[in-house]
Ligand binder design. Sequence first.
Ligand code: IVH
Length: 671
Amino acid sequence: MTVPAKIKREVASLREQIEHHNRLYHSLDTPEIPDADYDALLLRLEELEKEYDLATSDSPTQRVGSTPLSQFSQVTHEIAMLSLDKVFGEQELKDFENRIKKRLDSDEELAYSCEPKVDGVAVSLLYENGDLIRAATRGDGVTGEDITHNVRTIRSIPLQLSDVKKKSRLEVRGEIFLSKPGFEALNKRAQKEGTKIFVNPRNTAAGAVRQLDSKATAKIPLEMYCYSVGIVEGIKLPDELSGIFNELAGFGLPVNPDRKTEQGIDGCLDYCMSLLEKRNDLIYEIDGAVIKVDNLTTQRSLGQNAKSPRWAMAYKFPAEEKSTTVLDVEFQVGRTGTITPVARLDPVFVGGVTVSNTTLHNMDEIERLGLRIGDTVVVRRAGDVIPKVVKVLNPKENKKPRKIKLPAKCPACSSPIEKDGEVLFRCSAGIICPAQQKESIKHFASRTAMDIEGLGSKLVEQLVDEGLIESVADIYTLTTEQLADLERMGTKSAQNLVDAIVKSKKTTLPRFLFGLGIREVGDATALSLVNHFGDIDPIAAASPEELEKVADIGPIVAQHIAAFFGNRNNLALIKKLRKAGINWPSVDVSAAEKPLEGQTFVLTGTLEAMPRNEAKAQLLGLGAKVAGSVSKNTDCVVAGPGAGSKRTKAEELGVKIIDEGEFLAFLDDLS
Ligand code: IVH
């Protein structure tokens, strides 16, 4: 078929535009056009390629996957793909530098390339004359598998390098990974569609790159960061890794924005510490840092051991997944009566803490995991997230498995258990169930709520068990004499507690509202409600529709709030508490301006003086929007210590960045 020149030009231009947008979207995270416009370009290209039979393997349309393979072919790496030695602490890293200096017979300060150790899959990409011609797994370092068909589906990997047209061969190596948001989105979809839940981003990425059917790979939003080069022919690259990274970025290859060049091993240690601090804020998972001698000539003179180079070292962070045994499963009754299975574990050090029990959420989760008592399981604790059982290991090796059964009666009060919604079970007794009483009192007294110092978990249990209190209102009737009679409580402590109880009466409405324990009303929602309505009576009188007008309140939360205030017992309780003397300063919403109306803020890093939730609620109250990611529409980023990629992106986009001190002063100025 003869193809008109006009069509050929359009196809070439579409391919160029699509690759340009792929790069903006995936590598630089700065999309210029809406997704729908991008889809339209792709659709037009697909139509033209079909009509004029113009499809080529390097066309961006092929990123959706091609015909399945029956097996992988083998690839021999011309230059072996080495592995890394690892250390776990400061002294070991210093020893690494000492060995290097000894070998070089020099005491001169060295520059190091410090990089996140991305937790994904190592791959090699081979470009000939600027075209991606082959992608391979590391395999055993000498022989890997040809995964070109899958790698072509990854949009941040250019099929052609920019500005590399002449006769050349360039092999870049790096890590293919799945970002944390990508992983969450996949699992959200899997949950909705009832398909298999993915265990963790790394395994998902590893599975995706080794698919015979690239259409399956294309469904996983994989990404890549390049961290080294192998074959380099016909291209002149700098003699420093830092310079090479800049050059690779110039070719359109994705490189890690969180890399840094440091002087001396102390600089590297600072890098490792700050990377560890911002680990949770990174949008990809890491298992450590990689420290490499920056100069390539020095690298060559250091050479390698059997499997790893002498010029690089992995500084490993605490593992976020470990295996342990489930010793038992108990059922706990929560503040609102929900029955939750909790696994008692053989204590295990994971993600930097010792974990000895963890929630299993509900019976469906137990079924999904196929969990039985005695099983060996993988426990994951990533960041500050609560530990989670993610997988049962070798179920056949559990010689005495015990099935986990939901109790027929509430473990706290023996009332019947009833089903609540799709997956939850609840004690039918309501607030008279002692477990529910205890949990709601603990919540009411907690620091974020009424902040009654000294009224902790153990004492609440004791007070309820002794029959001294049944509801939160009873707290305000406690006397020093009653308390002093309790075991392990002297007159002095009893007096202190009574003083703390009296002190708690002077509170704020958001604290009080939060303390009431309305389902799904956290401290930030409580603050938003107060900022919107000003006092408790209009909140209690509001319809679900009116409640939905409050920033961040959706239909479900609105229903919970309306149901709470629709219950006469709850209204009576509030009355009793106010009669006991609980009071708060009034909030004048009529005068409340919205000085930040139309502005978008992003909060990142650790905020020390003000919890992130509260900062968010204050911003919402002032009319601002609070977004989860930085874009060119962001007006201001509040960056606490450990701020990572969001801060970098704000810097790249020239978005205003302020620290917590400046933020607090800014709020002060507005109030
Ligand atoms: S350099 C000779 N840099 O870690 C140097 N590796 O445990 C070879 N990895 O197989 C690797 N991030 O899959 C290097 N910035 C980084 C890395 C990195 C992750 C992985 C890589 C390697 C493994 C070694």
